[in-house]
Design a protein around this ligand. Sequence first.
Ligand code: HEM
Ligand code: CU
Length: 614
Amino acid sequence: MEWLTTVDHKKIAVLYLVAGGMFFLIGGLEALLIRIQLMKPEFDFVPAHTFNELITMHGTTMIFLAAMPLIFALMNIAVPLQIGARDVAFPFVNALGFWMFFFGGLLLNLSWFLGGAPDAGWTAYAPLSGPDFGSNGVNFYVVGLQIAGLGTFIGGINMLATIVNMRAPGMSFMRMPMFVWTSFVTSIIILFCFPAITVGLVLLMFDRLFDANFFDVANGGNPVIYQHLFWIFGHPEVYILIIPAFGILSEVITTFSSKRLYGYSSMVFATVLIGFLSFMVWAHHMFTTGLGPVANSLFGVATMLIAVPTGIKIFNWIFTMWGGHIRFTTANLFAVAFIPTFVIGGVTGVMLASPPADFQYHDTYFVVAHFHYVIVGGLIFAVFAGLFYWWPKLFGRMLSETMGKWTFWLFFTGFHMTFFVQHFLGLMGMPRRVFTYLKGQGWDELNFISTIGAFLMAAGTIVFLVNIAVTARKPVGAPADPWDGRTLEWTIPSPPPEFNYAQIPLVRGLDALWVEKTEGNKEMVPSEPLGPIHLPSPTILPFLMSVGLFIAGFGFMYAGQHFDNGLAQALFNNYIVAGIGLALFFACMFIRSLFDDRGFHVEPEGLQEKGAKA
Ligand code: HEM
Ligand SMILES: [Cu+2]
């Protein structure tokens, strides 16, 4: 119950971690099934139709239900702590964002048990996803992603408000830790790009559930519009994922090099520039749809431009390590391995940005190799780095470094085995999204190697799970500052008290804790006297609101269905179920606006001994 009603950012971080981790395992299982099917030519491990469901659900799950929530988990752990705040700006909205994501993802995954998963690819291009071709599963895609997407959207707005408003005195924008900066830029991208996919999904929903014709050529619709809407969202989306990864990397590399970040202000501007450019390049996903040479050239050049700020970042990380006192902890191993891996993904990205070359690579395994180098080799490596880095802060227990190194080497080796060879498979012409292939085309060995690599990654993940289980049994006893850190989160106990900071600290420079350390101070100077701390009360409303949307989703999806049971028929076909769900949702909203939450106060008695100064 405590977990269903919490509004504490640290607990919500744990919820995101558990739910995102669970979906990561489901997506990973789907990936293993895909790879087993492709292990040898003309294999019949899964039928063709199931294969389509698997690639659709793997891509969708990994992007929307694993990668995004894991990023949100890390933002929820670190952002309020790093800016010296007691929580996010709107704790209620934070909880609501989580529960909407969770119930949207649940709805999507229930499709496996309710007549089959979506099968139109993770991009759900119309008309393949439209009423004529898409299976019933596509309804789960359009409805589930709308609910989950709304959750992410309000989560992003909340982060934005938090970073703008809740910074400790003295923390100007140019003194914010890089991870806070990247969370800030990511939240802005979420703000601008989620509406695009929501519009795309709503139009698709109208086509499917209410007989509209937005993407139906026979009735004057245009499916290319769907592609534009999808990629206006979809391209910035990959930057939503990779920009926070850049931030994690900057934190981890500076801490474990015992140096300040090289070129901080150029890092900030590069981040902002990448965020801006991410909106200018979406049509590089559509070179082959016939936009014409002018559009293709412009989008090609714009895409290549992103390499400039990215290069600035890569060099800054290398210069940060240069001459530093480097400690290769597990977190830092993942961070350092990110650099060359991400560079490979970036180079293939520039190759793909050239329209004539893309005509060759398009829809081959070259593309699959490229985006996995960026997303797994970039984002997932960074998530591992971030988890090993912040785990002691969140749970008060250190993960085992020995097992951590096993995880790293298994995952790292497996990753390159899986995806490096796919570049060559693509160049040799193996198409993406085929469920099998004929032998004798030179693809057999490379596919086999790729499958073995996938199992190594799975083994690395299992070692990580064992590590978590073993660590959970250890007593809580991690020091406040286990890594000799530079930023504010390391000034408070691990795990932090409910209110994070007994007294909000005064920030006197970039790397606020490091500034104090170099001046010989053991702790931060407080910016306020010790007094009672006001916190919001826990509430079940965000959970119930999300349940309401979940019920409404089913109501709409099944409104046109025929049921044998007369009662079910009456309830669904007259939109009664949909109405009940929406009524629950709005009733909770109404209650929330009617009754003031007075919250409660924590008396910081006894904090004096714990180091707080009056
Ligand atoms: C968080 C990590 C991952 C993300 C975000 C991710 C994302 C994606 C996406 C978006 C697709 C495209 C699906 C499509 O073509 O419709 C895909 C396909 C695929 N992924 Fe992943 N993936 C991840 C991890 C993995 C792992 C660990 C493996 C290896 C075991 C893997 C293997 C595959 C395969 C084999 C395909 C199918 C390619 C095709 O035939 O189209 N992925 N992935
Ligand atoms: Cu793109």
